[in-house]
Design a protein around this ligand. Structure first.
Ligand code: G3H
Ligand code: 13P
Ligand code: ZN
Ligand code: NA
Length: 279
């Protein structure tokens, strides 16, 4: 059975660490994440996100994740990442125990209004809601980082008026990693200000590409959930490439190497976030 996401985050807040949330992409990556959680004795958010949904739909992705998770010994939660209104409702119906509604593209007042309705529905089912304020840019954009920062006063109002459980913030992070581009450090000061204004646990998306120091400082400033995808996807891919570099090989051999490398990369994240040993 799925664990209670609120206890994951509450334990992390009390213990001064963060829990990782990672995107599944197929059978082997789902196994890799869960095996890492077992081996590192770590709680884990298994995320159904933006890449898998157009590929196989929310229902199939959920069922695959649940089937594999149920035969593992991991302490897991199945979480919808960056959900639309329809996807959140579908996820609640399917049995997700944690959802993110992403209205960051909406005008502020509309984001408040829609998020508030989502919270009302999700809470009626006992499901906590993560929501986003301040758009998180993609790595390929040439961005003026500060244009994307979550505004502190807006964050205060957003949290007070919507009743969300966790807030995903934009503080200089990007989805993906920027090859060859010098990313500015994230703003730890802004994290502290948002934390002081809202009082709720914060979520840092785009955690791939952060330095260890940024991760440690973000935790101390109030981040208790990190979303990481790209670094783990790259580890899986490197495993595939290393096998195919040896010539024409079976897909299974390549998948097994990808999975093994992703297990190692995920355990490394769990140690860095501090959730290893906390299951
Ligand atoms: O994107 C969906 C709508 O904004 C949901 O709100 O209850 O007004 O349809 P509604
Ligand atoms: P990265 O791919 O940069 O790790 O971001 C993952 C993420 O935020 C998923 O929601
Ligand atoms: Zn994200
Ligand atoms: Na990133």
């Amino acid at each position: 059975p799925q664990s209670d996401p609120r206890s994951f985050i509450e334990n992390a807040r009390r213990g001064g660490y963060a829990v990782g949330a990672y995107n599944m992409h197929n059978e082997e990556t789902t196994e890799a994440l869960l095996w890492a959680a077992e081996q590192a004795d770590s709680p884990i958010f298994m995320q159904v996100g933006r890449a898998i949904i157009p590929h196989m739909g929310v229902a199939r992705a959920f069922e695959m994740t649940r089937r594999i998770a149920e035969r593992s010994n991991a302490k897991y939660v199945i979480h919808l990442d960056h959900g639309s209104w329809d996807e959140v409702l579908e996820a609640i119906r399917l049995g997700f125990t944690s959802v993110m509604y992403d209205g960051a593209h909406l005008p502020f007042e509309e984001n408040i209004e829609t998020t508030r309705k989502i919270v009302e529905i999700a809470h009626a089912f006992g499901i906590p809601v993560e929501a986003e304020l301040g758009k998180i840019p993609d790595a390929d954009e040439t961005v003026n980082w500060e244009d994307y920062y979550t505004d502190v006063e807006e964050a205060r109002r957003f949290v007070a008026e919507t009743g969300i459980d966790y807030l995903a913030i934009s503080v200089g992070i990007v989805h993906g990693v920027v090859p060859g581009l010098q990313q500015q450090p994230i703003s730890i000061q802004r994290i502290r200000e948002i934390k002081a204004a809202t009082g709720i646990p914060l979520v840092l998306h785009g955690a791939s590409g952060l330095t260890d120091r940024e991760v440690q400082e973000a935790k101390a400033a109030g981040v208790h959930k990190f979303n990481a995808d790209t670094d783990l996807r790259h580890a899986f891919r490197a495993g595939l490439e290393s096998v195919f570099a040896q010539g024409d090989r079976q897909l299974e051999e390549a998948m097994a190497e990808g999975r093994a490398r992703m297990v190692d990369a995920t355990i490394e994240k769990m140690r860095q976030y501090g959730c290893a040993g906390k299951a």
